[in-house]
Write a new protein. Structure first.
Length: 213
């Protein structure tokens, strides 16, 4: 990706400057940044098959307004509450930072919202394990991209195993997904994002008995 943009005279863009919230990767609260300028990214030949170019944005920010600098995986939240994940960031001689970002929820072709729930296991009065599910990420974008069928036990029916992209990056644990139509999917395997700010890949099987009424 190239972020070589020569927009150093920002006085002529004063009426287009915005206020955004910078959220450090792994955190939930952010810092307000004024004087941000966005630049749309034209479609590029290598992006046509991915379908991502329309979800990319280049942001110009005052360098001093971002303590510690922008890092891949950080997010910029605009006034419309769109979250732009930083993919690449570089400083310029004019004292500004150029950040190539992506709105992953818009990049997905068939995104839906899911809640990520984690199992907290406690011990009952008789020593039996008691599992309570806790929501650790609500309303995150996800896309079911493929499906294959697996059979865990000879006597059981084959179960669909879905490969899902999820805009969430959490620590190891026992998880399940709850979709916006009230269905639960047990996470069988999770692959952490290959690069900061990219979606995680999870493999899930449906739990038909767990349905919200």
């Amino acid at each position: 990706m190239s972020t070589d943009v020569s927009w150093d005279n920002f006085s002529q863009f004063a009426d287009r400057l915005e206020t955004v919230i910078h959220v450090r990767r792994g955190q939930t609260r952010g810092v307000t940044i004024q004087g941000a300028l966005r630049r749309t990214v034209p479609p590029r030949r290598e992006d046509r098959d991915e379908g991502w170019s329309s979800a990319d944005m280049v942001w110009h920010l005052p360098e001093q307004a971002v303590p510690g600098g922008l890092r891949p995986g950080d997010q910029l939240v605009d006034a419309s509450n769109r979250r732009w994940t930083v993919l690449v960031a570089s400083s310029t001689a004019s004292g500004r930072v150029i950040a190539w970002t992506r709105d992953w929820s818009a990049a997905f072709s068939a995104a839906r919202n899911v809640d990520v729930e984690r199992a907290d296991v406690a011990q009952g009065q008789n020593g039996e394990p008691i599992t309570r599910w806790r929501t650790v990420a609500a309303g995150v974008a996800a896309e079911f991209v493929s499906c294959q069928y697996v059979q865990t036990e000879p006597a059981e029916d084959r179960l669909p195993l879905y490969r899902v992209l999820v805009l969430w990056d959490g620590p190891p644990g026992q998880y399940r997904l709850r979709t916006d139509d009230g269905l639960f999917y047990a996470v069988r395997k999770m692959e952490r994002p290959a690069l900061p700010g990219h979606p995680a890949v999870v493999y899930v099987c449906p739990e038909p008995e767990k349905t919200i009424t």
